[in-house]
Design a protein around this ligand. Structure first.
Ligand SMILES: Nc1ncnc2c1ncn2[C@@H]1O[C@H](COP(=O)(O)OP(=O)(O)O)[C@@H](O)[C@H]1O
Ligand SMILES: Cc1ncc(C[n+]2csc(CCOP(=O)(O)OP(=O)(O)O)c2C)c(N)n1
Ligand SMILES: [Mg+2]
Length: 326
């Protein structure tokens, strides 16, 4: 199978990236790109490394291309912004097949198109290991971005959708790698999809920011135990969440039972769901779930520090920063 070549790859990127964006003065092909700043930009960068962030043996390249952009766009969603421009830095082993990187790029371009986001530059180098770094620029609403450090006592804590799906999805894929003939997991495509092709909550993030009722927000990449702890630490408050309020898909418990994995641990600690966790200003929680279908109230902000889980049986546990660790 043919290996990739730098000139061919950059030509494919250049051809595919002819953006009509009026804010784009200079795109791919010069020392820098040049964009017009209307107000301010939200700017974030994140890397995906072979063997750490993905397993090429089961991650289809096109879906990995989508995920590479999705996890970065999710950081813009978490600030209540709109992703506009992306830079792509690629470290590629010399023997990487052209078909693989070409499909990966097709996934990148597909999701960028879905978010009306333009690829405006990057870098391509030969390297020992496969790694991709994405930088994304987004625009906040005129009313401003939503930060992590502005949750207040009496605010309620919410999540945008089911937790633990991506975590169990990864466990299923890892199991199927070892036992390819185990057909018991064929019913759990939705969980596998949550790992392979996560959906960043851009539209919801914008609506939440627009509502003026959300005091702090963050995306869930490392699990709520860690990501809610970021909000608490930055805001100098504590959060008390209810175990029986944590939302999950109906497919999760039977899949977890087959693999003998604890459901609560998946919901709190597995990460990569790219849902939003956010706080709603005190006294504004009534009617909030009706206004934003799918969002779920899971707890409340108090004084003090840390994140605490309360169970139905009356037991409580501190879970501060107990999410995914590299
Ligand atoms: N190598 C680095 N140099 C400078 N800033 C960094 C570096 N690594 C992380 N940061 C900053 O630390 C903060 C937390 O990073 P991270 O945990 O990766 O956030 P996220 O979960 O949103 O990707 C961010 O503001 C990020 O820009
Ligand atoms: C092969 C493989 N092993 C483990 C994981 C699980 N995993 C890798 S990174 C990660 C958390 C998110 O990554 P990070 O780089 O911390 O994102 P950030 O918080 O910077 O957005 C998880 C749950 C995976 N996706 N693939
Ligand atoms: Mg990061």
């Amino acid at each position: 199978m043919a290996a990739w070549s730098e000139r061919r790859l950059i030509e494919k990127i250049r051809q595919a990236s002819k953006s009509q964006d009026v804010g784009l003065l200079k795109s791919i092909g010069d020392d820098c790109c040049e964009v017009v700043a209307r107000n301010s930009f939200l700017i974030s960068t994140d890397s995906l490394i072979d063997g750490i962030h993905f397993d090429r043996s089961f991650h289809p390249p096109k879906l990995l291309g989508r995920k590479t952009i999705a996890v970065n766009v999710s950081d813009i969603a978490a600030m209540g912004g709109n992703p506009r421009f992306v830079l792509l830095a690629l470290c590629l082993p010399v023997d990487l097949e052209w078909d693989w990187i070409s499909s990966w790029l097709d996934g990148v371009l597909e999701i960028l198109d879905e978010f009306k986001c333009a690829l405006i530059g990057g870098d391509t180098v030969k390297a020992k290991e496969l790694a991709m770094t994405v930088t994304v620029l987004g625009e906040p609403l005129e009313s401003g971005a939503i930060y992590r450090n502005t949750a207040g006592e009496g605010d309620t804590v919410w999540v945008s959708g089911p937790l633990g799906s991506a975590g169990i999805g990864l466990k299923i894929l890892t199991h199927k790698k070892q036992y390819p003939d185990d057909t018991r997991f064929d019913l759990f495509e939705v969980l596998i999809g949550a790992h392979l092709d996560p959906k960043p909550q851009v539209a919801l993030g914008l609506k939440l920011a627009e509502s003026g009722l959300v005091t702090a927000m963050q995306d869930i990449s490392d699990g709520i135990a860690t990501d809610l702890a970021h909000i608490c630490k930055a805001s100098e408050v504590s959060a008390h969440i209810q175990a029986d309020c944590l939302p999950f898909l109906p497919e999760l418990p039977p899949a977890a039972a087959l693999l003998n994995i604890d459901v609560e641990g998946l919901l709190l600690r597995s990460g990569e769901d790219y849902q939003l966790v956010f706080t709603v200003r005190r006294g504004e929680e009534a009617g909030f779930a009706k206004r934003f279908p799918g969002v779920v109230q899971i707890g409340k902000i108090h004084s003090g520090e840390g994140v605490f889980l309360q169970r139905e049986d009356g037991t409580a546990e501190e879970i501060t920063f107990q999410g995914y660790e590299h």
